[in-house]
Design a binder for this molecule. Structure first.
Ligand SMILES: C[S@@+](CC[C@H](N)C(=O)[O-])C[C@H]1O[C@@H](n2cnc3c(N)ncnc32)[C@H](O)[C@@H]1O
Ligand code: SF4
Ligand code: SF4
Length: 337
């Protein structure tokens, strides 16, 4: 991120905190509406959604940029399935945005030339071959490792992201060594499921004590200089989660975990059809940007009532960051430098 992004972010945070404005500073977008994998813990492939056409999507990106967007992340499906993804990335870069893209890696090598302008390519890697392919599908490990090598050779900044399950907790050292060997950073996520799709994965979920011990392993490695992206505050927050089988804390009132949500105020998530949610946990009833203006859709998204944040994605990190947690601010500067 450059100075312009930092100044834009500071302006947006002040406007949201002191003037109650809704600024789409950080936006995640699902742009493909489908996926070429069927991962064990994911249900995003189950219901393909028709995506917005190119011109409409580029117009939407322009509107978001005018409203204060600094960072856009394409994820929550397989964005490389869109034939026009290179054009979309280039359009975002021409508007000075910080652009990331999350991928399973299958199409990275073939489409490397189109994604070379990305600020960060985020690749999912869950462990050595047998673990990764067990979570995903046979051959997935080979494809993502090829993608990692090809993207690094082409000079792209790559981050690895890992979903921790019962099967890969003992492979955390392997994951940290792999990240260090390829000179990339790594983020760890805990299992969540999307409530609206009513999927859960009891066979993948570790015991609470094993999850907490794994988070402690990550924290200790970070202290020793491992290239971990998660902030210490996020790791501590996740260690205190009351029930890892309840990723939205839906039936709990965990006072000790109270966290103000900035979804709809400073960040938002867009579904492939233009529905606007506070985050990719798809909380609340959305308004659609095709039928409502952005401010109205954001104000609606800001009206969710989560008792605390969710386990999914980076949202604990975002809410700590936009709540101006000093350690998270420092961490964000460190990892996006
Ligand atoms: C939904 S995927 C979209 C990007 C791309 N298709 C990929 O797999 O990286 C984004 C991230 O969410 C993670 N993910 C999917 N389902 C999850 C779940 N139930 N719990 C935790 N993380 C999950 C994936 O492993 C991936 O790192
Ligand atoms: S995790 Fe990514 S690759 Fe796997 S099914 Fe979900 S969207 Fe597709
Ligand atoms: S899950 Fe977290 S980010 Fe999403 S709406 Fe609830 S509090 Fe906000």
């Amino acid at each position: 991120m450059n100075l312009r992004h930092h100044l834009g972010s500071a302006r947006a945070i002040l406007a949201a905190r002191f003037r109650g404005r809704h600024v789409p500073l950080s936006v995640t977008m699902a742009v493909a509406g489908r996926c070429n994998y069927r991962c064990a813990y994911c249900s995003l492939w189950t219901e393909p959604v028709p995506p917005l056409p190119t011109d409409e999507l580029l117009g939407l990106i322009d509107g978001l940029a005018r409203a204060g967007m600094q960072r856009i992340g394409f994820s929550q499906d397989e964005p490389l399935l869109r034939k026009d993804i290179g054009r979309i990335i280039d359009h975002c870069k021409q508007r000075g945005l910080y652009v990331t893209l999350g991928s399973n890696g299958a199409l990275v090598t073939a489409r490397l030339a189109e994604i070379r302008e990305l600020d960060v390519l985020v690749l999912s890697l869950d462990g050595p071959r047998e673990i990764h392919d067990r979570h995903r599908e046979p051959g997935a490990y080979e494809r993502v490792m090829d993608a990692l090598a090809a993207a690094r050779a082409a000079g792209l900044t790559v981050w690895i992201t890992t979903v921790l399950t019962r099967f890969n907790l003992r492979h955390i050292p392997w994951l940290l060594e792999t990240a260090a060997r390829h000179e990339v950073r790594i983020a760890f996520q805990l299992l969540y499921h999307l409530d609206h799709e009513a999927t859960s994965h009891p066979e993948l979920l570790p015991d609470a004590t094993d999850y907490q011990a794994a988070l402690e392993t990550v924290r200790r490695a970070q202290k020793r200089g491992a290239p971990v992206i998660n902030s210490p505050a996020q790791i501590d927050f996740l260690k205190r989660w009351p029930d890892y089988g309840d990723p939205l804390c839906s039936n709990l009132t965990p006072d000790s975990l109270a966290l103000r949500c900035w979804g709809g105020r400073l960040f938002l998530h867009l579904e492939p059809n233009g529905d606007v949610y506070p985050c990719s946990q798809l909380v609340g009833r959305p308004l659609n940007v095709r039928t409502h203006n952005l401010q109205a859709a954001m104000a609606n998204a800001a009206r969710q009532a989560c008792p605390t944040c969710c386990l999914g994605g980076d949202y604990v990190e975002y809410n700590l960051l936009f709540g101006l947690h000093p350690g998270c601010l420092w961490n964000a500067l460190r990892v996006t430098r």
